[in-house]
Structure formats: structure tokens, C-alpha cells
Design a protein around this ligand. Structure first.
Ligand code: CA
Length: 147
């Protein structure tokens, strides 16, 4: 399970990273929005923890960009703001959940487990219907047998 942590408070990012690694997650940390977006665009993560207030590019912009690019990785927004507007905005931008700082590590882990469970059954990247095969990675339909 790979988790991306996008958080500019280095101390918090490192603490979260250390706890996740202890729980056997593979963790990458980005300390600003642009680096976070770059990492997230690889689509290699099972879950992204995304701070809203980030230097350069804020979390909501990162999230919007990811969803436009059809990166559907579950996103948990971390926000220091408790204003309801930001939560609504975040969820409307495509976040799966959010946590208001300060949060307990126990709750963070539980929410990550819940989000990654919701991801559901892994998608078959080559579904077949009779002699027609769909290659979802290349976006091709192949008639006849694959060689
Ligand atoms: Ca921040």
C-alpha cells in the first residue's frame, strides 16, 4: 500500500510518515503543492493525504487538477481550517474524506483504512467479451485472440 503525504509542515509530515511506515505503508512525502501534484500524477498511490494550505499551489487546486486528469486515487484532505465552506469545497473538488488538524493518529489510520477499502475490487485491465478484448491501459479494443 503506497501513501503520498503532501504537507508543508515538515515536522507533521515526518511524524505522519513515520507512523504510516510503522504500519507497513510505503510513504512518499512532498512538502509543496507542485511536487505533490507531480508525484500524484504518476497514479502509483493507493491513498493521498493532502494538506489544503500549501505553498505554491494549494491542496484544492492540486485535487481539482488530479480529478480533471482522471487520477481517481482516494484523497484525504488535511486542513487546519474548520470552516464548513472549505470542507464542502474540498468534497466538491473530489476529496473522499477530510480531517481537521489537530487530529489523532488513530483516527488518521482508521480513515486511511476506510478509504482504501472503499477502492473496491481491483479492475481487470483486459476484460474480455467473447473474442473481443478491451485493453484499458492502451485504450484499444482488440478483436480476435491476443497473440
Ligand atoms: Ca499547510
Amino acid at each position: 500500500m503506497r501513501v503520498l503525504v503532501v504537507e508543508d509542515e515538515i515536522g507533521l509530515a515526518e511524524a505522519v510518515g513515520a507512523i504510516l511506515r510503522k504500519e507497513k505503508y510505503i510513504v512518499d512525502i512532498a512538502n509543496n503543492g507542485k511536487t505533490g501534484l507531480e508525484y500524484a500524477l504518476t497514479g502509483e498511490y493507493d491513498c493521498i493525504l493532502l494538506d489544503i494550505m500549501l505553498p505554491g499551489m494549494n491542496g484544492l487546486d492540486v485535487l481539482t487538477y488530479l480529478r480533471v486528469r482522471e487520477i481517481e486515487t482516494p484523497v484525504l484532505l488535511l486542513t487546519a481550517k474548520s470552516e464548513i465552506d472549505d470542507k464542502i469545497k474540498g468534497l466538491d473538488c473530489g476529496a473522499d474524506d477530510y480531517l481537521t488538524k489537530p487530529f489523532s493518529m488513530g483516527e488518521l489510520l482508521a480513515r486511511i483504512r476506510a478509504m482504501t477499502r472503499r477502492k473496491g475490487i481491483p479492475v481487470d485491465i483486459n476484460p474480455k467479451y467473447g473474442d473481443i478484448t478491451l485493453d484499458l491501459k492502451k485504450g484499444e479494443i482488440i478483436c480476435g485472440t491476443l497473440t
